[in-house]
Design a protein around this ligand. Structure first.
Ligand code: PGA
Length: 260
């Protein structure tokens, strides 16, 4: 795992955008997209560069979201399909039929997870998976206790996560209880995992994920099992990391040819 302590959330966004653009420039990229607040500055940076004519063409790109609420009316603005279209893929000109998420229709729920896994495999797997981390250590909607080998399936949100996400809805009562989410095993299949963590509210969870034991009690600790993980964090998010001086030394001494 490579931890890159950066001075600000803007630097996280700029480097995050560099990683995504490099994958797109390499051709035919399959991007794994996270929702939530953390990736938004990275998405805005990608859009800014694209609009300025500095970004790559997104013509051949396919996208898969990590998760989706169950029980929202189709087209609800807080559904992750609608959110990712609004915040990233529409502005980048990526057509809706190249953006897929787990399908939350009630009639198909029992098979929705398996169908999503098949779609990911059929696309050749995810090249770069953008990830945030929950304040309780969750990854996608894999809450503490989730199997480290899990695949896409229906899950129930914790009160903490529903409270965290109430800001996107009118109140906590409007936050769905159920979701479909890629499993931790699904996420591990992506070729490059890019975890973004900004703000003091993530410091404890990030420290547990990076330096704590691998445990289902901190789902994001599963990242320690993946051969290519990049963690981009800002000052407030890195405060719990005991080895942060070392991470900075490693990054400063990194040969340019290695990339991220
Ligand atoms: P946030 O959510 O980016 O909105 O903080 C991260 C997450 O819950 O995974």
């Amino acid at each position: 795992m490579e931890v890159v302590p950066l001075a600000s959330a803007d630097e996280v966004a700029a480097l995050g955008a560099d990683v995504v653009e490099a994958a797109v420039r390499a051709g035919g990229a399959v991007l794994g997209l996270a929702t939530g607040s953390t990736p938004l500055p990275t998405y805005r940076e990608l859009i800014r560069r694209y609009d300025a004519g500095l970004g790559p063409s997104y013509d051949g790109v396919r996208c898969f979201t990590l998760d989706e609420y169950v029980g929202l009316p189709a087209g609800h603005p807080e559904s992750y399909r609608a959110t990712i279209a609004r915040e990233l893929t529409d502005p980048l000109g990526i057509p809706a039929d190249r953006v897929q998420g787990p399908s939350p229709e009630l009639a198909g729920l029992p098979t929705a997870g398996a169908r999503y896994e098949e779609a990911l495999v059929a696309a050749g797997g995810v090249d770069v998976q953008i990830l945030g981390i929950g304040s309780d250590g969750h990854l996608a909607f894999n809450e503490p206790g989730s199997s480290l080998a899990s695949l896409t399936r229906l899950k129930t949100l914790t009160e903490e996560t529903r409270r965290d996400n109430a800001r996107f809805f009118g109140s906590i009562d409007e936050v769905p209880r159920h979701v479909l989410t890629q499993g931790l095993g699904t996420i591990l299949r992506a070729r490059h995992l890019l975890l973004l963590a900004t703000g003091a509210a993530k410091a404890a969870a990030l420290a547990a994920a990076v330096e704590g034991p691998v445990s289902a009690s901190c789902p994001a600790s599963v990242l320690q099992l993946h051969p290519h993980v990049t963690v981009l964090c800002d000052g407030p998010a890195e405060t719990g990391l005991t080895r942060r001086d070392h991470y900075r030394e490693v990054y400063d001494a990194k040969p340019a040819w290695q990339g991220l």
